[in-house]
Design a protein around this ligand. Structure first.
Ligand SMILES: [Zn+2]
Ligand SMILES: [Zn+2]
Ligand SMILES: [Zn+2]
Length: 495
C-alpha cells in the first residue's frame, strides 16, 4: 500500500491524492484487498473522541486484471458528509476518550507481562519480578505530605529556632499536615535555597540516567551471582516497562516493573537460580551506582558542573502475588494494582493548571505563564540555561522548558516485556471488523479477500477538527462520561 493512500493531511486545506494512473510503479501500486482494508482500520469512525479530525474524500478500487473501477467509499454517504477519525491524543485533559483507550491498552500491556495473556504464557508469574520507584534526590526543602502508615505527619517541623531560618532569612519550617490537594505541596520553602538548575537538569537527563541504569543492571546481577557478564547473558535477560510521573515539586520519577526471563523470544523462566529478592538487591546497587555528569557545552554555556544521580529511596519490591503495599498508596502490591498504577501515569502528563501545552517560542510566552510560581521558576531556569534569550528552540532545554525540562516518553518498555500497543490496536479493529462482517469480509466485487489484486485510488482532504453538529459533540461527551464512570468502577473493584 502506498502511504499516500492512508496519510492524513496535516495542514488545513491540503490535499493528498493517491498514486493515480500516471503514478503507478511496480512495487507500490498493487495490493490485495485484505492489505488495503488492514490500512483502513485507522479510519474507523469514532463516536467517542472529543475532538476528532474531519476528513472528506473517496476511495476507488481498480481491478488490475480487468481495469474495472469500483467506488469503495465516499464521505458523501456519511450523515454529515465527513469521516471522523479519532484524534488519538494520549493526554487526559486534551481528549478523555482517546486517552482512556490508551490507558486501557497500557494496563493490558503491563498486566500481560505480570500474569500472562495476550500471547504471553501464564508461567510468567513464576519469573523473578520487581516493582521499583526511582526518585530524584532533594533539591531543597519543599512542602510535602509525609505519611507513616495512614497517619499524615507534619510537613517540616523544626522545634529549634536556629534551624528554622535559612541563610536568606526565611522560615523553612512548616508544622502543617497538608491535605492531598493543598496547592502548597511541592513548592519550595525558600526559592533561593532551592536548586532550580539541578532540578531541571535532572528532568532533562532523567531518561539518560534510566538508560545507564539498564546497562548497569546486568553487570550488578553478574557480580552478585559471582559469574561473568557473558555467563549471565546465557542465563537471563532483563525486561521492563516503566512510566514517568511528575512529583508535586515538578521533578520526574519513574515507576518500573523489572522482570527476569530466559534469553530468547518465548518468555521462558530464567535459567539458574535467581530470586526476586536477588533482583531487588541488584536493582538497588545499580541505581546507586549510576550517574550522569553534566557541565557547560556549546549549547549550554551557563550550565553548572553537576553529577546527576537518582535519590536514595529506590525501594524495589518483589511482586509476589502477595501482601506488600504499593508505596504510599495503601494498595496491595498485586498484579492488578501495579497494572492500574502504571496505566494511570501512562496518560497523565503534567496536569498542573496553567502549564503551556506547547514549547515556548519567546520571552513573551514566558511572561504569560499562569502556573504556580515554583513551576514558573523551573520553566524560566530551563529557558535561561538553554540559552533561550539567544537561541530560542535550538537547545533541548528550551524545547522542553514547558515540560519543566523533561522531554522523554511517559511510557517505555523493553522490546520483549509483553505485547505491543500496535498488536492491541490491531486486535481491537479485527474484533470490530468481525462484528460488522460476521460472514467474512468481501471486496467490492463480492469476492473473498486475497483473491484479487487491486489498485487503490484515495483522495482525502482535511475538513477541520471537532464535530459539525452540537448534537454529535454532546453525544460524544456523554458517552465518555459514562465510559469513564464504568471504568473507574472497574478500577476500584480491581485495585
Ligand atoms: Zn480523541
Ligand atoms: Zn508544608
Ligand atoms: Zn533560603
Amino acid at each position: 500500500m502506498t502511504t499516500a493512500a492512508v496519510a492524513v493531511p496535516s495542514a488545513p486545506g491540503s490535499l493528498i491524492i493517491g498514486p493515480g494512473p500516471g503514478g503507478i510503479t511496480g512495487d507500490t501500486a498493487s495490493l490485495t484487498w485484505a492489505q488495503f482494508t488492514a490500512g483502513l482500520r485507522d479510519y474507523e469512525r469514532t463516536g467517542m473522541c472529543t475532538y476528532p479530525i474531519r476528513l472528506k474524500g473517496r476511495i476507488t478500487a481498480v481491478d488490475l486484471a480487468t481495469g474495472e473501477a469500483r467506488p469503495v467509499y465516499d464521505t458523501t454517504t456519511e450523515p454529515d458528509g465527513v469521516l471522523l477519525k479519532a484524534c488519538g491524543n494520549r493526554r487526559e485533559h486534551v481528549c478523555p476518550a482517546c486517552s482512556q483507550v490508551y490507558k486501557r491498552d497500557a494496563r493490558e500491556l503491563v498486566r500481560a507481562g505480570l500474569s500472562g495473556g495476550k500471547g504471553i504464557p501464564g508461567t510468567i508469574t513464576t519469573h523473578p519480578c520487581v516493582f521499583a520507584t526511582f526518585t530524584a534526590p532533594s533539591f531543597g526543602p519543599v512542602h510535602s505530605r509525609r505519611m507513616r502508615g495512614k497517619t499524615i505527619l507534619p510537613c517540616r517541623p523544626r522545634r529549634d529556632a536556629r534551624v528554622r531560618v535559612c541563610p536568606h532569612g526565611r522560615d523553612i519550617s512548616c508544622p502543617r499536615r497538608h491535605a492531598p490537594d493543598d496547592p502548597r505541596l511541592g513548592r519550595a520553602l525558600c526559592p533561593d535555597c532551592y536548586d532550580y538548575q539541578a532540578a531541571v537538569l535532572f528532568n532533562l537527563h532523567a531518561a539518560d540516567l534510566w538508560r545507564r541504569f539498564t546497562t548497569y543492571l546486568p553487570r550488578h546481577l553478574a557480580r552478585l551471582a559471582g559469574i561473568t557478564q557473558k555467563e549471565l547473558r546465557s542465563l537471563v535477560r532483563v525486561r521492563y516497562v516503566k512510566v514517568a510521573e511528575y512529583q508535586a515539586r515538578g521533578v520526574v520519577h519513574f515507576h518500573a516493573v523489572i522482570r527476569l526471563d530466559a534469553p530468547g523470544d518465548d518468555y521462558s523462566p530464567p535459567h539458574g537460580d535467581f530470586s526476586a529478592d536477588f533482583l531487588a538487591d541488584a536493582i538497588r546497587q545499580a541505581a546507586a551506582a549510576v550517574s550522569v555528569p553534566v557541565g557547560p557545552d556549546v549549547d549550554h554555556p551557563d550550565c553548572p558542573l553537576l553529577v546527576l544521580r537518582f535519590g536514595d529511596q529506590i525501594d524495589p519490591r518483589p511482586i509476589r502475588h502477595g501482601d506488600d503495599d504499593l508505596p504510599g498508596t495503601g494498595h496491595k502490591l498485586s498484579v492488578q494494582a501495579v497494572a492500574n498504577y502504571i496505566a494511570k501515569y501512562a496518560t497523565k502528563a503534567l496536569d498542573a493548571p496553567g502549564l503551556p501545552e506547547r514549547p515556548l517560542r519567546s520571552l513573551n510566552d514566558l511572561r504569560d505563564l499562569r502556573c504556580s510560581r515554583h513551576y514558573q521558576h523551573m520553566i524560566r531556569t530551563a529557558w535561561d540555561l538553554g540559552g533561550g534569550k539567544l537561541s530560542p528552540a535550538r537547545t533541548r532545554l528550551c524545547r522542553w522548558a514547558h515540560m519543566l525540562g523533561y522531554g522523554g516518553h511517559f511510557l517505555t518498555k523493553s522490546r520483549r516485556y509483553s505485547t505491543t500497543f500496535g498488536i492491541l490496536r490491531r486486535a481491537r479493529s479485527e474484533h470490530r471488523k468481525r462484528q460488522r462482517h460476521p460472514d467474512g469480509e468481501r471486496d467490492p466485487w463480492g469476492c473473498p479477500l486475497d483473491e484479487r489484486i487491486v489498485l487503490i485510488l484515495a483522495t482525502w482532504a482535511y475538513d477541520g477538527r471537532g464535530y459539525t453538529t452540537t448534537a454529535s459533540a454532546e453525544l460524544a461527551l456523554a458517552s465518555v462520561a459514562r465510559a469513564r464512570e464504568h471504568h473507574d468502577q472497574a478500577d476500584d473493584e480491581a485495585a
